[in-house]
Design a protein around this ligand. Structure first.
Ligand code: KE4
Length: 428
C-alpha cells in the first residue's frame, strides 16, 4: 500500500496543528509511521488520500455502528442543514431524540445533551458532586472518561498510549479528589470507601472497559459496586460513551442487568456528529440549571444538525430487529477466525470480546485490568498493526483500544480480515 499523499498531508498538518492531529491517538505515535489521511468513507470502507480502500475497524472510535455515510443519517443532516445550522434556542428535535433515548435506556427519566463524551462525563461528575454534596470520586486505572482534569489520573486510551497517564496541567488540588482503584477489584474499592468515609460523591466506571483494549467486568463486579454505592450513599456513574447504544439498545445496564444512577453517552448517540449526553432519574437531573443549582451549559448543545444525525441513528437502531445480535454474531465470527489464525502460527495472544467490541492482546495472561493490559507485547502489536494496514485492514493504532464492529461489514469482509491475520501472523 502506498501512503505518499497521506505523508505529505501529515507534513503540512504538523506545521499548523500540534502533532498534525486534533486528537493525539490519531497520530500513530504508539505504532510508528505517519497517520493515514482519509478522503471519504462509505459502509465498512475507508478510502484514503492515496486511493487505498481499507476495511475500517475503528469506525470513528465507535459512532459508525451502521457503517459510514448511512443514507438515513446523511439525508437527515442534509434536510436539517437547509433549515439553518444553529439557533441557540430550543428546537423540537431535541425533545424527539431525548424521548427516544429515554425510551431505550433503563433508569433514566431525563437527559441533557452536550458536545462530547468528555463534556458528558465532566458534567455527570459535577452533577453527582452537587447532588451528593461531597467532593471525592473513584475512577479505575485504565478507564478513560475524556480529558477533563479529574479524569487524567491513570487514564486509558490515548493518555496511556502516550505513557503519561497523569497529564501535566492537572493540579494537585484536583488530583487529590480523584481516588484510583483497579478494575475488577471490588475489595480495593471497599477499602477506599472505608478510608474516605462520607467523602465520596460517586464512582465512575466504564461498565465494559474499552480504553485498555476491551475488558468486560468479571461476574458480580458491577453488582458489587451497585451494592457498595447503595450501602454508602454513593452515586454510580456508568460511562457508556463507548458501550451506549452499541452493546444493547439499553447499553450495559440492559446487557448485564446492573442499574446505574447516572449514565453518560457519546459516539453512537450523535451518529457521527459531535454529541455527548448524560442522563439519570428525575430527582438527580432536576439539580441541573436552570431548574437546580448545578451549572452546566453549551452554545452548541442540542445543535439541530447533530440532533438530526443522532435521531436518525437511534431510530435505525431502535427499529432494526436483531441488529445487536447481528453485530455480536459478526464479532464472534471474527474472534474465532483470528484465534484460529494466531494459534496456527503459535502467536502468544489473548482476545477479549463482548457484543460488538473486541481486542487482540499479544500477552499470554488474561487481560482483566490496566496492569495485565500493559503486559501486552507492544512491538508485536506494532508489527501486527502495520501488517494489517498493508493488507487493507485498519485497526486501532494502539493496543489500548478496542476494535469497533459495524453492521455494514459483510462476512466476506470478515473472511478477508481473517485471511490478512493469517498472512501477518506468519511474520510475527
Ligand atoms: P470524547 O470527548 O472523545 O467524545 O469522549 C471521551 C470518552 C469518554 N468515555 C469513554 C468510555 C471513551 O471511550 C471516550 C473517548 N474514546 C476515545 C477512544 N478510545 C476517543 C478517541 C480519541 O481520543 O480521539
Amino acid at each position: 500500500m502506498i501512503y505518499q499523499r497521506s505523508s505529505a498531508l501529515f507534513a503540512a498538518a504538523q506545521k499548523v496543528i500540534p502533532g498534525g492531529v486534533n486528537s493525539p491517538v490519531r497520530a500513530f505515535k504508539a505504532v510508528g509511521g505517519d497517520p493515514i489521511f482519509v478522503k471519504e468513507a462509505r459502509g465498512a470502507y475507508l478510502y484514503d488520500e492515496d486511493g487505498n480502500r481499507l476495511i475500517d475497524y475503528i469506525n470513528s472510535w465507535g459512532p459508525m455502528i451502521l457503517g459510514h455515510a448511512h443514507p438515513s443519517v446523511v439525508d437527515a443532516v442534509i434536510q436539517k442543514t437547509r433549515k439553518g445550522t444553529s439557533f441557540g434556542m430550543p428546537t423540537q428535535i431535541e425533545t424527539e431524540i431525548a424521548e427516544l433515548a429515554v425510551s431505550m435506556v433503563p433508569n433514566i427519566d431525563k437527559i441533557r445533551f452536550v458536545n462530547s463524551g468528555t463534556e458528558a462525563c465532566m458534567s455527570a461528575v459535577r452533577l453527582a458532586r452537587g447532588y451528593a454534596g461531597k467532593d471525592k470520586i473513584i475512577k479505575f486505572a485504565g478507564c478513560y472518561h475524556g480529558h477533563s482534569d479529574s479524569f487524567l489520573i491513570q487514564a486509558g486510551s490515548g493518555a496511556v498510549t502516550f505513557g503519561s497517564p497523569n497529564s501535566p496541567g492537572v493540579t494537585k488540588g484536583t488530583a487529590q479528589d480523584t481516588l484510583l482503584a483497579r478494575y475488577n477489584d471490588l475489595e480495593q474499592v471497599e477499602q477506599i470507601i472505608e478510608s474516605n468515609k462520607n467523602e465520596i460523591a460517586c464512582i465512575i466506571i466504564e461498565p465494559v472497559a474499552g480504553n485498555m483494549g476491551c475488558i468486560p467486568p468479571e461476574k458480580e463486579f458491577l453488582q458489587g459496586l451497585r451494592t457498595l454505592c447503595d450501602t454508602h450513599n454513593i452515586l454510580l456513574i456508568f460511562d457508556e460513551v463507548m458501550t451506549g447504544f452499541r452493546l444493547a439498545k439499553g447499553g450495559v445496564q440492559e446487557l448485564l442487568g446492573v442499574d446505574a444512577d447516572i449514565v453518560t453517552f457519546g459516539k453512537v448517540i450523535g451518529g457521527g456528529l459531535p454529541v455527548g449526553a448524560f442522563a439519570a432519574r428525575e430527582d438527580i437531573m432536576n439539580h441541573l440549571a436552570p431548574l437546580g443549582p448545578v451549572y452546566q451549559a453549551g452554545t452548541l448543545s442540542g445543535n439541530p444538525l447533530a440532533m438530526a444525525a443522532g435521531l436518525a441513528m437511534l431510530t435505525e437502531l431502535n427499529s432494526t430487529p436483531g441488529i445487536f445480535k447481528s453485530l455480536a454474531d459478526k464479532t464472534e465470527y471474527l474472534h474465532k477466525g483470528i484465534e484460529k489464525a494466531l494459534q496456527h502460527h503459535k502467536v502468544v495472544h489473548t482476545i477479549n470480546r463482548i457484543g460488538s467490541m473486541i481486542s487482540v492482546h499479544f500477552a499470554k495472561d488474561k487481560v482483566v485490568d490496566f496492569e495485565t493490559a500493559a503486559h501486552g507485547n507492544n512491538e508485536t502489536f506494532k508489527t501486527f498493526f502495520h501488517g494489517m494496514l498493508n493488507h487493507g485492514i485498519y485497526i486501532a493504532p494502539s493496543a489500548f483500544e478496542s476494535w469497533f464492529i459495524t453492521d455494514a461489514l459483510t462476512y466476506k469482509d470478515l473472511d478477508d480480515t481473517i485471511e490478512a491475520v493469517n498472512k501477518v501472523a506468519a511474520t510475527l
